[in-house]
Design a protein around this ligand. Structure first.
Ligand SMILES: [Zn+2]
Length: 306
């Protein structure tokens, strides 16, 4: 018994020191990069026919898990953070849409997410919605090349992928390309697009893709201008938490550098740029369950499952 207590004590001391070191290093990273500034180039949509712009953005949650706050950001504390695994749908008045990211599958939840949180819940109705709506989609695009945003692609039939899936060259060539979740031979069937010199690509009326590398090399954000003149910016995983973004808090070094290999300089530049946008833009990260629910409650985005 004594031995058990002594081992437990050593583990606690070890964890506390480790967290303190990580916290200190993260703080230093904040100080080093906080004065950097980059500019997000917004497209000029002059003379755009308002009637062809999207009418709304829906969020569909396909799985829910809980992370300790200190894993989500270096100012996250000890409280649990509700993480959603989402895809978004940009809805057009002609009943077509653009799907942003793919729903996670039950296989992905069982194989991957359950190893991080054994209480993770898969929401089958979310994945079904993705499969149903892929038929009317103009495009299926990806905020970045991580499994939790790509894994659902292989639940689609091949012709849908050939006709609708679209990636930037950086996304398609990425070393993080998850071959397990993309069937053999599909890579050369996914169409690519090129950003212009400002790092923007005009995809469809009201929808512009903006190059925002940092979380991964191929990360992009999706700028949506709605008919009602609101602008929504789907910013993927540049931050996992809106609160962290407002506090300019990076993910902890352990997660960011060792596990994901993010470019923290680029992420800090992006967070500064997002926080200093002069236009009225609604910033929407992919995973922040509480914030996404607040946006639905406030009528800013729609719950796609209702
Ligand atoms: Zn993600």
């Amino acid at each position: 018994m004594k031995k058990v207590i002594s081992i437990t004590f050593s583990i606690i001391i070890g964890l506390v020191s480790f967290t303190a070191i990580i916290g200190f290093l993260s703080l230093r990273a904040n100080l080093v990069f906080s004065d950097k500034q980059s500019r997000i180039m917004f497209p000029e949509n002059n003379n755009e026919d308002v009637s062809v712009l999207p009418t709304s953005v829906s969020m569909i949650n396909t799985a829910t898990s809980n992370f300790p706050g200190w894993i989500v950001s270096n100012k996250g504390g000890l409280d649990k953070v509700v993480m959603y695994y989402t895809f978004f749908e940009i809805n057009y008045p002609d009943n077509t849409s653009i799907l942003v990211d793919t729903a996670v599958t039950e296989e992905f939840v069982d194989k991957i997410l359950s190893t991080i949180d054994d209480e993770v819940q898969f929401h089958k109705e979310g994945q079904q919605k993705f499969l149903e709506d892929a038929g009317r989609a103009r495009y299926i695009i990806f905020t970045h090349e991580h499994n939790d945003h790509l894994a659902g692609l292989k639940s689609l039939d091949e012709s849908t992928v050939i006709n609708k899936a679209l990636m930037s060259e950086e996304q398609l060539d990425s070393q993080e390309y998850p071959s397990e979740w993309i069937p053999d031979g599909w890579k050369n069937k996914i169409k690519t697009f090129h950003f212009d010199q400002n790092g923007t690509y005009s995809l469809s009326p009201g929808v512009t893709l903006i190059r925002t590398p940092g979380h991964t090399r191929g990360s992009l954000s999706v700028l949506v201008k709605l008919q009602n003149n609101q602008t929504i910016f789907l910013i993927g995983d540049t931050t996992w938490s809106y609160d962290a973004l407002k506090k300019n808090a990076l993910k902890p070094l352990l997660v960011s550098k060792l596990m994901i290999q993010e470019n923290r300089t680029q992420i800090m530049e992006l967070m500064n740029a997002f926080n200093n946008l002069t236009e009225d833009v609604l910033l929407v990260p992919s995973h922040d369950g509480k914030y996404l629910n607040d946006l639905i409650f406030g009528g800013r985005i729609i719950n796609g499952l209702k």
